[in-house]
Design a binder for this molecule. Structure first.
Ligand code: PMP
Length: 431
């Protein structure tokens, strides 16, 4: 184990270190591995936790709601009441502020952008009729958010993330005078990819935003609201709808959530929480889109969890499975990279990701090198709009899906790649 910082090594020492690392790399390459730390997917054991949900309904079950609605039939456009109560408790919003959708919150976000694009928000010009529409994108951020706005031809403006949330001075400055800025993507708790949670101050500044565009909306994707890794040490987020109301801008925010990483991704339930004005507009569109979403699945979720306490107990079981994986990633980074002074990384208390920053100009080369040894990482650049990381530095690590032993091996290989590429950079600079 190397204990001297690379920046303090002579060229000779660096070359020696590189030879040793290359030998390790070759050994890994010879193993014909296929390991994947690319996407934030629950592992099999996590999915198994929700198998009990399948037992809540069988052919003998009464599929009526508390109000007598037969869940097997059409209707109930905005979701069954008991699902609104359950998801409302999870989202910290009143049932009347919620629509329960289908199986994906990303789908709801897409719809929300799409509706603004074709029909406009509250009587404002549809975005498709404007010369320019822009969105603020905290970076690093979630690639699928950026993909939606890119698809609609919306210009994305990066705003730097900090451990307390997006750079709010910059957000306030940008939205103040520019009417073409229509929204911002936010993952306010255990953010993707850094695992940062917005401070009270950040949330309050969001609620007090006074954008030039009347149809500006905050896209508040609280995908990881209950996804804590630790019992005793959790991040807290103040509730944005309430803050917006207090600040006199009740319509400023669309809040999204889903049970994707609680039960089954792709077979969970998704929801929006927003003001009554916004809800009215959304429901008016929804009548054209569907006669109603999957109420049987909503009922299944309600019967499985019962209430918020049920969800919280369930999330502890998830945490028990994935906590050791997060810790293994951090231990390997600390063991291999801290002593040599290369890279920096986040240490989240929840969510699905760890964010790694390589020395500038190294991320692509590291991800390529890992791939050639059978380790797939999220594409370098993916955490930035248009896939372009100006520093070529950020790499998202997703620890949940591989087994603990695969993950440890993948991380061993990853840090070998990081060190080789970092040494290459140092040697090139010393030329
Ligand atoms: N939002 C964020 C921030 C996510 O990380 C993910 C999944 N990676 C999603 C949304 C996807 O949610 P859903 O499955 O509800 O579409």
């Amino acid at each position: 184990i190397q204990t001297k910082k690379y920046s303090e090594m002579t060229k000779q020492e660096l070359m020696q270190e590189k030879e040793a690392l290359k030998a390790q790399y070759k050994k890994y390459q010879g193993m014909g591995l296929n390991l994947n730390m690319a996407r934030g997917k629950p592992c099999r054991e996590q999915l198994d936790l929700s198998m009990g949900m399948m037992d809540t309904l069988n052919s003998d079950a009464d599929l009526s709601c508390e109000d007598g609605t037969d869940c097997r039939n059409y209707g109930v456009l905005d979701g069954i009441h008991e699902a609104k109560v359950l998801i409302g408790a999870m989202m910290e919003n009143k049932p009347e502020n919620i629509i329960i959708y289908g199986n994906s919150s990303l789908n709801v976000m897409y719809d929300t952008v799409s509706r603004a694009y074709t029909h406009g928000i509250m009587g404002n010009t549809p975005w498709c009729k404007l010369d320019k529409v822009k969105f603020l994108c905290p970076v690093p951020g979630y690639d699928r958010h950026f993909a939606i706005t890119e698809y609609f031809g919306i210009e994305m403006i990066p705003v730097q993330m900090t451990p307390t949330g997006p750079d709010m001075d910059e957000v306030e400055r940008l939205v103040k005078d520019d009417e073409s800025i229509k929204g911002i993507w936010c993952v306010p708790k255990y953010s993707n990819p850094q695992g940062y949670s917005y401070s009270d101050e950040t949330v309050r500044r969001f609620a007090r935003l006074r954008p030039a565009a009347r149809d500006f909306r905050i896209f508040w994707d609280n995908a990881y609201g209950v996804h804590h890794l630790y019992d005793g040490s959790q991040d807290y987020l103040i509730e944005i709808l309430e803050e917006c109301k207090k600040a006199g801008s009740p319509d400023l925010v669309y809040k999204f959530s889903s049970t994707s990483k609680i039960t089954f991704p792709g077979s969970g339930i998704a929801a929006i929480a927003t003001s009554l004005n916004n809800l009215e507009e959304i429901k008016a569109q929804l009548t054209y889109q569907t006669i109603g979403h999957d109420k049987v699945n909503q009922l299944r979720h309600v019967r499985f969890f019962g209430d918020l306490a049920g969800i919280k107990a369930h999330m502890k079981k998830h945490a028990a499975i994935i906590r050791p994986k997060f810790e293994a990633v951090l231990e390997t980074l600390e063991r291999d990279l801290e002593p040599v002074g290369i890279g920096s990384w986040t240490n989240p208390k929840g969510g699905y990701f760890i964010s790694f920053d390589a020395p500038d100009g190294c991320a692509k080369a590291i991800v390529d090198k890992a791939k050639k040894a059978g380790v797939t990482m999220t594409k370098a650049g993916a955490t930035y709009p248009y896939g372009k990381d100006p520093h070529d530095s950020n790499i998202r690590i997703a620890p949940t899906f591989p087994s603990l032993s695969d993950l440890k091996l993948a991380m061993d290989i990853f840090t070998v790649c990081v060190r080789i590429v970092a040494i290459d950079k140092l040697l090139a600079e010393s030329e």
